[in-house]
Design a protein around this ligand. Structure first.
Ligand SMILES: *Cc1c(COP(=O)(O)O)cnc(C)c1O
Length: 486
């Protein structure tokens, strides 16, 4: 009768023998993986080193080889042909050397989409950035006198012409503009604001917090829905530095409401010798009523009230680069220019170049509405949007009518960026209901594509809103969708 112990030890022996053999096999397989050096010296390697930084090539080779080794140790038998490994490496090199910040296609219908970069610049603005950025310029140089000049002087005349304001200074964004003004005029003193206007804008810009950071003391008046003239008047005291009116931007208070107009506040400010400031948020410089968009005051109209300081964004309704524009009474603008904080918020020459070009376009309103992308998208006729939607639809229909149910549907777009929140923008979109994958999968695949296409899901369809797809992007959108679905 066989001894049980020896039987077991025999088994152990066999097992360890098999294991050893398997290890040897694996080792043999692993040794088939080419070395980093071999790959670098191959024709592939030589070509990569010619076109990409050595660090990236090395990193990609190591990543791919490591992954292969791991897979093989886990029991997978990978194809180790040079061509296949090279293809993997090349793909990794391309990923590693691609820019992280990249253009994409906005098919959401949200025109001023903060996450997608807000305003698209006009061709003229881009041209001017190219000119000024690639060359020395008179950024802070007074050419006539041959001496040091001011970077803000370039924009002063055009802003005066367009808005009627006496003077101007520009900072990096409107949040900075508000902070700088409060710090300049109201540090350690009171600023009167209606409780109905203590806004929070996306990205954690909250008026009470900005006020605190600026060193100003918030003096809230009125209630959420009603603030009376007397509320402001009663709050005035020896420590009042400023009366501030804030555009509600991304919300509206409706129903039983009352607010005091800038005009009335200016009257009050005059009487008590307190400056009045308006934070407009968007900063609309054309009368949108002509295009059926009601309720947004123009910067020019606000300046006409005699208000002392006005601030607004460069990249919301204005359609320019990210910037905070401060315009108003010369004496006050001069005071802002002396605040050392301005140095920490100063704009660069590229912003200045694109802003000046954008403002110049506003001299001819008809052209501005066609050539500044934000304005063009917001004022485009429904017919014209429908035509673009049909164009996308027709090209898709030819190729993928078996893979998806396609339709042109009426829907709503939005201005976005906290601008014009209560206004409907009727639009047309191509609705895609995929047959073989879920709508969520389709949305994701398009988002991860090259270029990414960002679209919105409505029920079980994906909507490509034609309002925010640029004419030059139609072909690309179509081919992205076709290749995703076929
Ligand atoms: C958007 C907005 C801001 C902030 O402007 P940014 O240019 O985004 O910094 C400030 N105030 C109001 C009322 C706004 O709508």
């Amino acid at each position: 009768m066989p001894d049980e112990t020896s039987f077991c030890s025999n088994l152990d022996h066999i097992r360890s023998h098999m294991l050893e053999k398997a290890m040897q096999e694996k080792q043999k397989d692993l040794s088939k993986i080419p070395s980093v050096d071999e790959i670098l010296k191959s024709p592939y390697g030589i070509e990569w080193l010619d076109s990409y930084p050595r660090r990236i090539v090395l990193k990609a080779i190591r990543e791919v080889l490591d992954a292969k080794r791991k897979r093989m140790l886990n029991g997978y038998s990978d194809n180790l042909s040079t061509d296949i490994i090279a293809a993997d490496i090349e793909k990794t090199i391309k990923e590693l050397s691609a820019y992280k910040l990249k253009p994409l296609i906005n098919a959401t219908g949200i025109v001023i989409h903060t996450n997608l970069g807000r305003a698209i610049l006009s061709d003229k603005a881009i041209e001017n950035i190219n000119l000024v950025a690639g060359s020395y310029s008179n950024l802070e140089y007074e050419i006539y006198q041959g001496k040091r000049g001011k970077r803000y002087s370039h924009i002063k005349d055009i802003l005066r012409e367009l808005s009627g304001a006496e003077d101007a200074v520009i900072v990096n964004n409107n949040a900075a503009a508000v902070l700088l003004c409060l710090n300049t005029f109201a540090k350690d003193r009171e600023v009167i604001v209606s409780r109905g206007e203590l806004v929070e804008i996306g990205g954690s810009f909250r008026i009470p917090e900005v006020m605190k950071s600026s060193g100003a003391i918030l003096r809230e008046v009125g209630t959420t829905n009603k603030t009376h003239f007397s509320d402001y008047k009663n709050a005035l005291s020896g420590s009042t530095a400023l009366i501030l009116k804030i555009h509600q931007s991304n919300y509206r208070i409706i129903g039983f409401t009352e607010e005091i107009s800038i005009k009335e506040l200016v009257k009050l400010g005059r009487e008590f010798r307190v400056p009045v400031m308006a934070d407009l948020g968007s900063g609309c410089m054309i009368d949108l009523e002509k295009y059926g968009i009601y309720g947004e005051p123009t910067v020019q109209d606000i300046i006409k009230t005699g208000v002392d300081i006005v601030t607004f964004s460069g990249d919301k309704l204005l359609g320019g680069p990210q910037a905070g524009i401060i315009i108003g009474k010369e004496k006050l603008i001069q005071k802002i220019q002396k605040n050392p904080l301005l140095r920490a918020m100063r704009i660069d020459k590229m912003t200045l170049a694109s802003l000046e070009a954008t403002f110049m376009q506003y001299l001819d309103e008809e052209k501005a509405v066609k050539e500044i992308p934000t304005l063009r998208m917001l004022t485009e006729s429904l017919d014209s949007i429908k035509k673009r939607a049909k164009k996308i639809f027709t090209s898709l229909k030819k190729e993928i009518s078996n893979q998806a149910k396609l339709e042109v549907i009426a829907d709503q777009s939005q201005a976005g960026g906290g601008s014009l929140p209560e206004i409907d923008f009727p639009t047309f979109a191509v609705s895609i209901k995929p047959s073989n994958i879920s709508v969520n999968e389709l949305e994701k695949k398009l988002r991860l594509g090259n270029p990414p296409v960002i679209a919105r899901i409505k029920e079980d369809s994906l909507l490509i809103d034609a309002r925010t797809v640029q004419d030059k992007e139609i072909k690309t959108v179509v081919s992205c969708i076709i290749s995703t679905l076929s």
